[in-house]
Design a protein around this ligand. Structure first.
Ligand code: BGP
Length: 469
């Protein structure tokens, strides 16, 4: 079987991780520009000041993507490049850059797939309370509308937010992302709701403009599975899916939050402050959502915790996605299993979990249109005789694309696959050490670009529409 001609083979990046040019051409400071300069907050003090310098070298990068045969490029817009202070004056140079980037994609026949918020919040807004302040949501809608009006004639796919669970979880529970707050469950749920309300408002604004494009949101997709088929662990998986998946997908696709979680939040005093009007807006926007983006890296294996929860000190290291931590409410813990495969960063490699998870989504949400907006392997790629031998990445993507193929065969409505990442870039918590790209960036040699083995492999997959998988 081949993938259909309208299935998009793509790859993704995000502004802060790839652009650099942090203070060039009138860009304002973002929360990340500040956070990464605080000693001890990032891996070896790395930051995105220069990153891959994509801002200045986008033409070269897009040409390489075109050579790879990429059909679509998912990138994010840096909000503080468009609105340096978050909300008032527009920076024309910011608009110009994204116009150029979009036009360059189109020149090469690459479909631009645009994320509006991939975590770099204008610093002024962060200082005024960030996602806890409802004004940030209003500013977001204004920024989103500005982007729809400026780019919506050529961009036909907009993602409002990337991975709400990650930036809110890391920002308000683990303290590993800005604003660096730890263990504040109430704030965590409040921030999530404010984001989802902003998403719903942005969807309604987009639809008013009649731009004949599509809008959605990208969520992490980490289906939870019990470590044993015992009753307790099964309950743990149900609980983990309610909090980790349904809480994030239901408000977008069903227009309301799941009762299971609401009841518990009410009991513990964690229910967000929301108004009836906001909840109605979620319900109104849900049917207008055109697609859901899934970022899949790994499933989560869970076991129920009985008795006292062990207290673990939250550090940057133990919040980088490896198993072994209890859930914030002490109900379950994630487990590293002997019979599973793991990456160097202890992320489970499970194309089977991907497929099973997709079936779970279909059962709950029906035939929604899906894009796999991220999937890939973080690794340290060996260079042998000048060749960047990222064979484990090829294997990883091949296995996951096979799952996508099988899912499509079973009638799951997946319309595209975006590998993370198009080129090597900054890993939020692992600096430049953890590589994901098809294109290597030589940090010792003026950021020179080199094609990895996976570059050639992906090119062939695209050309043959996955027939050989
Ligand atoms: C996702 C983010 C990406 C990217 C990826 C890999 O959660 O959307 O921006 O960073 O994870 O993560 P990491 O770099 O931590 O390995």
């Amino acid at each position: 079987m081949k993938f259909a001609n309208d299935f998009l083979f793509g790859a993704a990046t995000a502004a802060y991780q790839v652009e650099g040019a942090w203070n060039q051409d009138g860009k304002g400071m973002s929360n990340w520009d500040e956070f990464t300069k605080i000693p001890g907050k990032t891996f070896n003090g790395t930051n995105g000041d220069v990153a891959a310098d994509h801002y200045n070298r986008y033409k070269e990068d897009i040409a390489l993507m075109a050579e790879m045969g990429l059909e679509s490029y998912r990138f994010s817009i840096s909000w503080p490049r468009i609105f340096p202070n978050g909300d008032d004056e527009i920076n024309p140079k910011g608009i110009e850059f994204y116009n150029n980037l979009i036009d360059e994609c189109l020149k090469h026949g690459i479909v631009p797939f645009v994320t509006l918020y991939h975590w770099d919040l204008p610093l002024t807004l962060e200082k005024e309370g960030g996602w806890l302040n409802k004004k940030t949501g209003e500013a977001f809608v204004n920024y989103a509308k500005t982007c729809f009006e400026a780019f919506g004639d050529r961009v036909k796919n907009f993602i409002t937010f990337n991975e709400t669970v990650v930036f809110c979880g890391s920002g308000y529970l683990a303290g590993a992302h800005p604003p660096g707050i730890q263990n504040d469950v109430k704030k965590y749920f409040q921030a999530i709701h404010n984001v989802f309300y902003a998403h719903a408002c942005a969807v309604l604004e987009y639809k008013k403009l009649d731009l004949f494009g599509e809008i959605g949101l990208s969520n992490v997709f980490s289906p939870a599975f019990p470590v044993t088929d015992g009753h307790e662990d099964t309950l743990a998986a149900i609980h983990a899916n309610e909090y980790g998946t349904h809480w994030f997908y239901d408000p977008i696709l069903h227009g309301k939050y799941p009762e299971y979680v609401i009841k518990r939040l009410e009991k513990n005093g964690y229910l967000p402050d929301w108004t009836t009007g906001e909840l109605k807006t979620l319900a109104k926007a849900a049917p207008l959502n055109d697609f859901m983006g899934l970022n899949y890296y790994q499933p989560i294996r869970v076991e129920k915790i009985s008795g006292e929860v062990e207290k673990i000190e939250i550090t940057r290291e133990n919040s980088t996605g490896s198993p072994g931590n209890p859930s914030f409410d002490g109900y379950y813990r994630s487990v590293k299993m002997d019979d599973k495969r793991y990456t160097k960063w202890d992320w489970e490699i499970s194309p089977e979990g991907f497929l099973e998870g997709l079936e779970m989504l279909k059962d709950r949400y029906g035939q929604i249109k899906l894009y796999i907006t991220e999937n890939g392997l973080g690794d340290e790629d060996p260079i042998i005789d000048g060749v960047i031998c990222d064979i484990p990445r090829i294997k990883f993507i091949e296995e996951h694309l096979k799952s996508v193929k099988e899912a499509v065969k079973r009638g799951i409505h997946i319309k595209g696959y975006y590998a993370w990442s198009a080129i090597d870039l900054l890993s939020w918590l692992n600096g430049y050490k953890k590589q994901y790209g098809f294109i290597y960036i030589d940090h010792k040699n003026n950021l020179e670009r080199k094609k990895k083995m996976s570059f050639h492999w992906y090119k062939n997959i695209i050309e043959t529409r996955g027939k050989e998988l």
